[in-house]
Design a protein around this ligand. Sequence first.
Ligand code: PMP
Length: 398
Amino acid sequence: MISFTSNRPLNDIARRCVRDDLTQLRLKYNPFYRNIENQKASHIWVDGREMIMLSNNDYLGLSEHPKVVQAGRDALRTWGSSSTGSRFANGSRSYHFELEEKLADFLGVEACLVSIAGYISCMAAVASFAERGDLILVDRNVHSSLWSGITLSGARVERFGHNNPADLQDILTSESHKTPKMLVIEGIYSMEGHLAKLPELLAVTSDHNCFIVIDDAHGFGVLGPEGRGSVAHFGATDQVDIIAGSMSKSLSSTGGYICGSRSLIEYLKSHSKQTIFSAALSPCQAACAQAALEVMQDEPEHRERLWMNTKRYHGLMKELGLDTWGSESPAVPIVLGSMERVYRFWKYLYEKGIFTVISIPPAVPPSKELVRTAISASHTGEDLDRIADAMAQAVKRV
Ligand code: PMP
């Protein structure tokens, strides 16, 4: 049981927390909330020891790019630390509008609204548009932020099999055309690394009065011409209503975005509680994201290196016979199928100086317990050699 220092008697809710199984398990294995003391590109220091980070979503490796860092410094000097208010009221600044214009332009849509987190934007992208009486059709493996939006919306929900257009088709056959519907999917699935079967899903929904929301947190900067994302990769921009995502991955900052037609984004500005009642994105984070967006376009070599590294890593996984759940992207799960195996694999890599992350149910379906890895443009050939050595040894130990 978790130790509890207060002398106050435990109330029921506090007792439930103190006895929580998930927390007991987390504290027993202790793989989470690790204190990273320092970082330099793909290397980090934990307990004074240098390690290779193999779980960041800094796909393009821009978080230490001189132009990105300088933009953050300049913004802090010019604007201070925060606009201390919501976009709706007193918090909108010209750097927000400028970033929104550039993001919308990059994704080939009319308008954009940024927020303080991808989680907030993805949640709002569902909760602001769907309402009671609507039907949400959702891939059962979508990110927690989208589930939060679904719950908040009050709409009826039907889950379809992960990336399974035939299953979606089956559900739709028994639904009335008159019911307003929303399809909720990801561009690249964060846990599995799968690319959405977007053309097939759009074909299935095209005659069904369906609003399309896609969370492209992991496709942005990674897929499509110049990294314009999964929707651009499939040439489907005009068939999708909303593209939402995070600026904490390829854009090496924090914050989220929701992009779409001007009329939808204006509607969002009136109805998104997450925007109206929450403070705006900070000047430093907005500036870093905007600089990264510019670097991405001016310096394609980062994306090229990302894919070169990704191909090499996928090759290594295959050689070692590891189950990567069919990942097609730099987000690469290593499915080991039990908590014990995952823990042993993770711990061995950790001892060998490779930092990865464990994912267990409910974050993944039962029997899909996995070690989550992600490749970055910042990994060097030498990093990948070290990773290959450690993985080859780890495989023998599970
Ligand atoms: N959507 C997906 C698919 C994600 O993977 C994440 C981040 N893990 C988010 C949304 C939330 O983004 P953020 O970290 O910026 O809150």
